[in-house]
Ligand binder design. Sequence first.
Ligand SMILES: *Cc1c(COP(=O)(O)O)cnc(C)c1O
Length: 433
Amino acid sequence: MNNCKSRVLFEKAKSLIPGGVNSPVRAFRSVGLNPPFISKAKGSRIFDVDGNEYIDYVCSWGPMILGHAREEVVEAIVKAAADGTSFGAPTEREVELAELICQAVPSVEMVRMVSSGTEAVMSAIRLARGFTGRDKILKFEGCYHGHSDGLLVKAGSGALTTGIPDSAGVPADYARNTLTASYNDCNELENIFREYGNELAGVIIEPVAGNMGVVLPEMSFLKLLRSLTIKHGALLIFDEVISGFRMSYAGAQGYYGISPDITVFGKIIGGGMPVGAYGGRKDIMERISPSGPVYQAGTLSGNPVAMAAGIATLEILRDNPSIYAELDKKAEKLEKAFLEAGRKNGVPICVNRAGSLLSAFFTKEKVIDYKTAVTSDTAMFAKYFAAMLEKGIYIAPSQYEALFISAAHTDEDIEKTVRCVAQLPLGEWVHAR
Ligand SMILES: *Cc1c(COP(=O)(O)O)cnc(C)c1O
């Protein structure tokens, strides 16, 4: 595979941008390769500056559920941009997107737009603290909630991939208010609530974990979390930045039938533009400035171009509910391909799938939390990743990320991917270790 231009660009980038990238996992370090520089994308395909074409299962890490450069979305963006890209004043589009979100997700009665998932989570935590008058937050090991100070504690995603789940530069005093527990561990949860329940402002969780690889929640665990938070007056915050509008049009909370107090969105609601949002019960949301005392603001919040992309994306999802069943079917084919490849080669693989999100972990453990996720053979993952890339299949360069499927992935795309998985010499790699 020719990668001359990407190599030259990466060298130059490394002299100008830390690590050559603007977000760590993009650097491909954990798989020991140089990243292709992307020039364009359409539908399920992305293209690099050297002219290589790939079937894309990163989908910008989640937002591109309709595939790249979907016509309706591009048109909406162009039209909005032509009318001016930012005013710093209220617009009709903000109201439209807010209405779409509130109609889709019943627990969200009011919503505030921001510009990234990180910003949305950070603001939701401040709101939970302002509303309850308490300081402590509980999060779960391996869950990622953006890179704000108090949440870079036992974090997933790039923090986990690069081996620094606890970041330098976070004051100990700040992290002190962040408690952590194991995902899916009901006993530990009960113990923590027994000790700290009445000091907790809120509990934040990815209702389907997507940043230590995909880990599904036990129904009993989610139910316990809901009942304990109610009992102790702590707010339940669902970080649906990945799962929102992906697990179902009503998110993971619609899928599992559990209503949080606050929900955080990002990724899909921006249709590929920078957007985040947090919303919830009206009495809670009314605490935000200028209605209430919890301050939060943003020059580009509710940006008209970003709102246009989000509206176009959500309208397509709303008007074509069969998309979710189709995504599910495609993902199931990939799930089977990984299981079959593992069986055929005598290599243990744990496949976790939640709708159109899936992860294949190279481990014999059943992956239910952080501790089991990190039993994965990441050297094996790196070999698998390189082989897939060579065949023109672009997946996230980390064991601890999800594979994202979009409505633009055709049956042929899926079949080609299934064939590539079937051809992986997994058995040889195990013996070569
Ligand atoms: C991506 C992500 C975030 C952070 O969103 P950014 O837009 O990258 O700041 C927060 N929470 C979860 C669950 C995410 O997957």
